[in-house]
Design a protein around this ligand. Structure first.
Ligand SMILES: C=C1C[C@]23C[C@@]1(O)CC[C@H]2[C@@]12CC[C@H](O)[C@@](C)(C(=O)O1)[C@H]2[C@@H]3C(=O)O
Ligand SMILES: O=C(O)CCC(=O)C(=O)O
Ligand SMILES: [Fe+2]
Length: 337
């Protein structure tokens, strides 16, 4: 069953909920999928079609892994700038501060970006830290990543099941292969100094964008700031929930479903007071994977393909030459005859 966060006194239809936010009442439109429910597959599909975004509860994820990684990450981010800069620059992996990507995007955020393979993170991934911190951090990262990969796989299988498509692993196999292109990101949004707080009301932590991959699995501490764009383009704040995961449909899943699932536009706007720590797993396909709408979906619906075929390597190259807010899919769309 899809339930609403902060349920309003009367149930809002989604059409109403897409209207610009006039008050906090409509901030609770985020679909919540209870993974222990027998309806979870259908609920996930509905959420991916309507928003491309949902919250997952009753996921069975070991909370001690999250707590340990959060402790290690905060220990790292509280170190001096000189220490942290030893892990940079992020090209794209490593430590980055304020600069996002290569094309001039900036945000009030510092981060660590890791490449994930089928093997645990190698010692080299944190070799800029002293021992025993490096090993402790790496072990916490590896344990969390192993569990979050499993969760991503389960969600992708539920998507296929909910859409009635075979095989059940048609989406999950894309991100579970040896060569699949996966990343893990720790974002830290530090509180802002007092004089800056007086200068403007809100500050972009991470500018608006869609995630290029198939799926993103996000967990954050209890700080607000994460927002999603709904169909009419208005921004809706997502109430934080440190015990749940938030799932973004990425561009490639939008393509594979021929636009039935929506790649959600999102951003982080910080009020500068609450420090935010988020951890995000990005699941993408192998570089050589040819991507396009699933033939069985086209056959079943009789729809024309809305996208050209391309490889993930082509798409990623184009993505990394784009600015955060760009619409990265438009060059890959088929024009209507
Ligand atoms: C400005 C950019 C940062 C980004 C690469 C890009 O050129 C456009 C996509 C951005 C994004 C968004 C989702 C993930 O956070 C990310 C790692 C990704 O794969 O695409 C980032 C890229 C980045 O920060 O390097
Ligand atoms: O840090 C967050 O909460 C979201 C950041 C994000 O969207 C990203 O890193 O792609
Ligand atoms: Fe994102």
């Amino acid at each position: 069953m899809v339930v609403l966060t902060n349920p309003p006194t009367e149930q809002l239809s989604l059409v109403d909920a897409y209207k610009p936010i006039a008050n906090a009442r409509v901030a609770g439109i985020v679909p919540v999928v209870d993974l222990s429910s027998p309806n979870s597959a259908a609920d996930i599909v509905r959420a991916c079609e309507e928003l491309g975004f949902f919250k997952v509860t009753n996921h069975g994820f070991p909370s001690d892994l999250t707590a340990r990684l959060e402790t290690e990450a905060l220990r790292f981010f509280s170190a001096g700038e000189d220490e942290k800069e030893k892990g940079g620059p992020a090209l794209p992996f490593g430590y980055g501060n304020k600069r996002i990507g290569y094309n001039g995007d900036m945000g009030w955020v510092e981060y660590l970006l890791f490449e994930i393979t089928s093997q645990p993170l190698p010692p080299a991934s944190l070799d800029f830290l002293d021992e025993p911190s490096a090993t402790r951090f790496r072990v916490a990262l590896n344990e969390y990543i192993t569990a979050v990969k499993r969760l991503a796989c389960e969600l992708l299988e539920l998507m296929a099941e909910g859409m009635g498509i075979q095989p059940r692993d048609c989406f999950s196999k894309m991100v579970m292969q040896e060569e699949s292109d996966r990343m893990f990101r720790l974002n830290h949004y530090p509180p802002r100094p007092q004089q800056q707080l007086n200068s403007s009301l809100s500050l972009t932590g991470f500018g608006e964008h869609t995630d290029p991959q198939i799926i993103s699995v996000l967990r954050s501490n209890n700080s607000s700031g994460f927002q999603i764009a709904v169909r009419d383009g208005s921004w809706v704040p997502v109430p934080p929930d440190q015990d749940s995961f938030f799932i973004n449909v990425g561009d490639i899943l939008q393509v594979m479903t021929n636009g039935r699932f929506r790649s959600v536009r999102h951003r982080v706007e910080s009020n500068g007071c609450e420090p935010r720590l988020s951890m995000i797993y990005f699941g993408g396909p192998p570089p050589s994977q040819v991507v396009g709408p699933l033939p069985q979906l086209l056959l079943r619906s009789g729809d024309r393909s809305r996208y050209k075929e391309f490889t993930w390597a082509d798409y990623k190259k184009a993505a990394y030459n784009s600015k955060l807010a760009d619409n990265r899919l438009s060059p890959f769309e088929n024009t209507v005859a």
